[in-house]
Design a protein around this ligand. Structure first.
Ligand code: TUI
Length: 316
């Protein structure tokens, strides 16, 4: 049995699983591994220079014949150039984060690119649907990195009611149980980030993978609320320093302290002063394994749960 939804047909993928477009983390190597395993692999552009993103896109094309995507982080200053690049490279799918992609939608759609904006609210989701979004990724605040205000549990069904295009649930999903819950809430697919940080093909520093593996239920915190861009990270010295600045309401100091810290963690392995962006589901990630094993496990757990759930209820 396979789990097919409108999302799998829309994207031409086998399993309704999109890998999160994590900056400094979701490289072509991880994206290709996820796509080759039947999900949708995503290259996280973040603040990547245009030439590096071009190289990453070409690496992904060379490593998989299947669809893959690029996540565009809309706060990056050279976003116009990155949009032009995904158009020139005919990237099949674009997900967007940290803003409203309205300005770019018609150009992307004219090129035949499938556009899946990440929306933290029903208002943005409806706006995105009205200008041509192919699906909406609803990301709850359980997610890692930059987050909205609502939980996945309440955001997902509201999005499913608000829009007609497929909804993808994100935030807090790491296994087949989460996937089935998302389907029950009205989603037609899931986006999973944190669990893929511990994929073998994920090229982040091993010290960061170790922090994800060691994380327990209350080990992530939300920092930077005073900046207007709250970010969920695994607690460390940097997080504690930012929390102090949050208390003192010093957003400029937070921006200055935070600059370059994601790369410091993910590339250099500084788990003390680097930004350990990860979701609450870090506590559910227990081993490093190939991306294909992660996908197989999630899908087979979801399939057996779907088959057995009605037998779980008690009564006549
Ligand atoms: O974008 C993410 N996660 C990210 S981006 C990132 S890099 C960064 N670092 C520091 C500060 C800010 C960004 C790290 N993690 N997830 C998707 C996401 N999108 N979460 C929240 C949003 C979002 C927020 C507001 C999407 C749209 C939006 O629209 C506001 C508007 O213009 O209506």
């Amino acid at each position: 049995m396979t789990i097919r939804t409108r999302l799998t047909s829309l994207l031409g993928i086998e399993h309704p699983i999109i890998q999160g477009g994590m900056a400094w983390t979701a490289t072509a190597e991880l994206a290709a591994a996820v796509s080759n395993a039947g999900g949708l692999g995503i290259i996280g552009a973040g603040h990547m220079p245009t030439d590096l993103l071009r190289e990453q896109i070409r690496n992904a094309k060379a490593s998989t014949d299947r669809p893959f995507g690029v996540n565009l982080m809309l706060l990056t200053p050279h976003i116009d150039e990155l949009v032009q690049l995904v158009l020139d490279e005919h990237v099949p799918v674009v997900t967007t984060g940290a803003g409203n992609p309205g300005k770019y939608m018609s150009a992307l759609k004219e090129q035949g690119i499938k556009v899946l904006p990440i929306a933290p609210s029903t208002a943005l989701a409806k706006r995105m649907e009205s200008i041509g979004a192919d699906a909406i990724i609803g990301e709850g605040m359980e997610a890692g990195g930059h987050i909205g205000e609502l939980t996945t549990m309440v955001l997902t069904p509201q999005l499913a009611d608000a829009v007609s295009v497929p909804v993808v649930a994100a935030g807090g999903i790491a296994d087949g149980r989460g996937m089935v819950a998302a389907l029950a809430l009205g989603a037609e697919g899931v986006q999973i980030g944190t669990r893929f940080m511990c994929a073998e093909e994920c090229t982040i520093h091993p010290a960061v993978k170790e922090q994800v593996l060691r994380a327990k239920d209350r080990d992530t915190v939300v920092t930077g609320r005073s900046t207007g861009h709250p970010v969920r990270v695994i607690k460390n010295r940097l997080a504690r320093e930012i929390m102090e600045l949050d208390k003192a309401n010093q957003p400029e100091e937070i921006e200055a302290l935070g600059a370059g810290k994601l790369a410091l963690a993910m590339r250099q392995g500084d788990t003390d002063m680097g930004s350990l962006m990860a979701g609450q589901s870090a506590a559910m990630v227990c081993r490093i394994e190939p991306a294909a094993a992660i996908i197989d496990e999630i899908v087979s757990e979801a399939q057996s749960l779907l088959a057995s759930l009605s037998a779980r209820t008690v009564g006549t």
